[in-house]
Design a protein around this ligand. Structure first.
Ligand code: ATP
Ligand code: MG
Length: 405
């Protein structure tokens, strides 16, 4: 019996990898221009890191982690990368460098979720993190970076939704208000929401359960609680961000009910959504996490970042056709074909030859499929020390020497 890839994982086949390489190259190009440096951290970490960093009231930590024990140590495949980047930032004392420290990453993440379109168990993220800047200019910088990156991929019609969750003081009275408004229909909500009610009522607003969402509507939840009332500092931070985004001509939509799935966010949160993604419509999610570095044992460090889902991103861009190689060497003499192929590669061209030395018609068939031009090394060519270059599109032939190329 054939063994298939585990549920919720996907092979990325050669014809699809072209799109992935394109996306990754654009990311590197755009981030490098803004002086963000790439960081690569392990794909598994101490389970504690996520329990403390992501938060033990989140779905990710409660239900979605791939955790395993090795030599009495509990390890977890990373469900997201901010915690790992902060861990590395602290472990290598990067906070001693002058602020800001600006990092980006790409890689696989693992969450035990119900697989569906746009939702996998192993998926990929590209993300950025910026440490050490309290001003909303850092929030604007990372949102600008997301927007530039999407634009470089030809996606300019996506909606940036922003909100401010304020600080713990701003949230305190809001949580009470929310709980009061929810109390009358709490019994009808899903089990997750019931437990969120005590532990983290804000996150009820992020529930994707249909029954819950119907009850929210029926009881006019959103109208009755409105958004978080911000303290002076949080409100001025939020206003500054909006001012910067306007200067940058980045269109945004305020969504006072935007809360995010992770516990560590403070002040700014944002998501970038597309209308072409069905119900998994968020390509990018991020925000400010001024408390996380301290929570993980470091000095107080303001920080802001985001992560994009590469599968969802890829589904928004057209399929890129594989490029043909420069030359296919057509010859009935395998030794000469190998030699010329090597010479072409040395000169910087992409080149291939027929490993079986089949008859010319077969070789030309193959050449037309994979290459722009053929180089013919026949008997006459060998005897008189020249090559014939055939343009496979126009069929034009020219006599040349290899040095001419
Ligand atoms: P969602 O609300 O869609 O579950 P999230 O809030 O869990 O997203 P984040 O943890 O902020 O998402 O991750 C950022 C981005 O990573 C998401 O916007 C999405 O594009 C992508 N992403 C998250 N989970 C998955 C998954 N299971 N499969 C594919 N992509 C994902
Ligand atoms: Mg999620």
């Amino acid at each position: 019996m054939v063994i298939n890839a585990p549920k919720g994982t996907k092979d990325i086949l050669p014809e699809e990898v072209i799109n992935w390489q394109y996306i990754e190259n654009k990311a590197k190009e755009v981030f490098t221009k803004a002086n963000f440096k790439e960081i690569r951290t392990p794909i598994f970490e101490d389970t504690n890191l996520f329990e403390r960093g992501v938060g033990d009231t989140t779905d990710i930590v409660n239900k979605e982690m791939y955790t395993f024990i090795k030599s009495d140590r509990s390890l977890t495949l990373r469900p997201e990368n901010t915690a790992g980047v902060v861990r590395a930032y602290l472990e290598h004392n990067l906070y001693r460098e002058s602020a800001p420290v600006k990092l980006w990453y790409k890689g696989s993440m693992f969450r035990y979720e119900r697989p569906q379109a746009g939702r996998q168990r192993q998926f990929h993220q590209i993300g950025v993190e910026m440490f050490g800047i309290q001003d909303a200019s850092a929030d604007a910088e990372v949102i600008m970076l997301a927007s530039e990156f999407l634009k470089s991929l030809g996606l300019s019609d996506l909606v940036v939704e922003i909100n401010s969750l304020g600080c713990s003081t701003c949230r305190k009275s809001y949580k009470e208000k929310l709980k009061q408004a929810i109390a009358p229909f709490l019994e009808g909500l899903c089990e997750d929401c019931k437990s969120r009610y005590e532990k983290n009522p804000l996150r009820i607003l992020d529930c994707k359960n249909e029954t819950c969402n119907k009850l929210f509507e029926q009881y006019n939840l959103k109208e009755s609680v409105s958004g978080i009332e911000l303290c002076e500092e949080c409100s001025s931070h939020y206003n500054n961000l909006k001012r910067y985004l306007e200067k940058l001509n980045i269109k945004y939509k305020e969504n006072t009910f935007l809360v995010r799935g992770l516990d560590y966010y403070t002040k700014t949160v944002f998501e970038i959504k597309s209308n072409n993604l069905g119900s998994q419509n968020a390509v990018c999610g991020g925000g400010r996490y001024d408390g996380l570095v301290e929570t993980l044992g470091g000095p107080h460090t303001p920080a802001v970042g985001w992560a994009m889902g590469v599968e969802r991103l890829n589904s928004l861009i057209p399929k890129i056709e594989d490029r043909k190689i420069d030359y296919f060497v057509v010859s009935d003499n395998i030794a000469e074909a190998i030699k010329y192929t090597a010479k072409l590669r040395e000169k910087g061209y992409s080149a291939e030859f027929d490993y079986n030395g089949r008859k010319f018609s077969k070789q030309f068939e193959k050449a037309a499929k994979v290459a722009n031009k053929a180089i013919i090394i026949g008997e006459d060519e060998l005897k008189n020390n020249y090559i014939t270059v055939k343009d496979l599109l126009t069929s034009k032939q020219e006599k040349k020497t290899i040095e001419d190329l």
